[in-house]
Design a protein around this ligand. Structure first.
Ligand SMILES: C[S@@+](CC[C@H](N)C(=O)[O-])C[C@H]1O[C@@H](n2cnc3c(N)ncnc32)[C@H](O)[C@@H]1O
Length: 268
């Protein structure tokens, strides 16, 4: 499997795209076009389970988040919900030592604008605290503007699947992680059995129709099930993580495997 995997570039290919550059551009345009309705659609189409998935993922990395001065990058942060979940967990740390730094990165300006506006709203309310900072940066996950070995944790929620080259994405995550740092990739899966059959009807028929109706944009919500179908199955994804230099790789299914968390540790 290793040699075959090394030879193929596997990544997102929205309709009409032929190479990494055109795929990335189509993905950026797609998310920018749905940015105004993205949060509403996420919550409606997932029946609000998305909030639980972000929370569960952030909780998985408590040990890192509660370290003083931990450096955390949330890749493909979109409108920020994964980053907010990480920030909330980091704020639980007892005050007294240096703050952790959480950075949300995305290449869609429109998605980041929503993230920043939501952060401002939250600041006004209650989620202030000196234990953790939260900032945003416009950046491409395949060409991150950070030095080697900079972060203690890199996460990505429902974004990694959209990269035009998964192996290049994993290598870039490994590059910016400090030795012993952890990577957490939350993404959709394909549940099996009877639940899987029912879910597929919902995911392939109902979700694209409702998504297109509410967003007013044709395309992105048909691309979603197609991109999940193309995404490597857990065993293959774990092998790709090993090849990129991660140890202790694991996949934890969430909600019957509708989503799941890939985790790995960068070798010391
Ligand atoms: C499905 S959204 C996920 C947003 C958020 N993480 C969440 O959980 O709701 C995918 C995001 O990945 C971003 N994205 C896709 N490819 C990217 C790349 N190469 N570099 C940076 N961001 C990327 C898109 O712009 C989009 O905001």
């Amino acid at each position: 499997m290793d040699q075959e995997m090394n030879e193929r570039i596997v990544g997102a290919t929205p309709p009409g795209t032929q190479d990494r550059e055109s795929a990335a551009q189509a993905v950026r345009e797609m998310f920018s076009s749905i940015a105004p309705r993205y949060d509403l659609l996420n919550h409606v189409l997932s029946f609000n389970i998305d909030r639980f998935w972000w929370w569960r993922t952030a909780r998985r990395f408590d040990a890192i988040l509660q370290r003083p001065e931990a450096r955390v990058l949330d890749l493909c942060c979109g409108t920020g919900d994964m980053a907010f979940a990480l920030h909330r967990r980091a704020l639980r740390r007892r005050v007294g030592s240096g703050a952790s730094h959480i950075l949300g990165a995305d290449f869609s300006h429109a998605m980041l604008q929503r993230a920043a506006a939501k952060a401002q709203e939250k600041d006004k309310d209650k989620e202030k605290g000196s234990g953790a900072t939260l900032c945003w940066i416009e950046a491409d996950a395949l060409r991150l503007p950070f030095p080697d070995e900079h972060f203690n944790l890199v996460t990505s929620a429902f974004g990694f699947r959209n990269l035009a080259d998964y192996d290049a994405g994993l290598r870039e995550i490994a590059r910016v992680l400090a030795p012993g740092g952890e990577c957490g990739i939350l993404d959709f899966g394909e549940p099996g059995g009877l639940i899987g059959q029912c879910y597929r009807v919902y995911f392939k028929k109902v979700l694209p129709a409702v998504g297109t109706m509410i967003s007013g944009v044709r395309g992105p919500y048909a691309y979603l099930p197609a991109s999940v179908e193309r995404f490597p199955a857990p065993d293959e994804m774990l092998e790709r993580m090993r090849l990129a230099g991660f140890l202790e790789v694991s996949w934890t299914p969430y909600t019957f495997g509708i989503a799941g968390l890939y985790r790995g540790v960068k070798s010391v």
